[in-house]
Design a protein around this ligand. Structure first.
Ligand code: SF4
Length: 107
């Protein structure tokens, strides 16, 4: 389970560059670069609240389970991210496709 840092300050789950969700989903089935990935769990402050309560921790902790379909990434093991730490970038993002997993590394 990687330590997750995230720069998507517009996301409702972002607390001090940590994520309040216990697990997130990263998309990028055909990704060959980080810009072709995105955090599917991003939820803009202005949009309605859609995450289930069970996804939340009482506080934002670094360790986050990451389900990821970016198969070409070296850290991807059967749709689970095995990196020690990752960073999701999303400065100014207003939707999930404006975020990316900056730790993507092609096999
Ligand atoms: S580092 Fe690779 S496997 Fe882990 S979330 Fe990012 S793209 Fe997916």
């Amino acid at each position: 389970m990687p330590d997750l840092k995230c720069t998507a300050k517009n996301c409702i789950n972002n607390y001090d560059s940590l994520c309040a969700l216990t697990h997130i989903k990263v998309e990028g089935m055909h990704a060959s670069s980080e810009s072709e990935t995105c955090c599917f769990s991003f939820s803009d402050h202005s949009s309605s609240f859609t995450n289930s309560v069970s996804d939340f921790t009482a506080y934002a902790a670094p360790e986050t389970t990451v389900n990821c379909d970016a198969h070409k990434c070296v850290y991807n093991d059967s749709n689970i991210c095995k990196a020690e730490s990752i960073c999701v970038h999303g400065d100014g993002a207003q939707e999930c496709h404006e975020t990316e997993c900056a730790s993507f590394k092609e096999k």
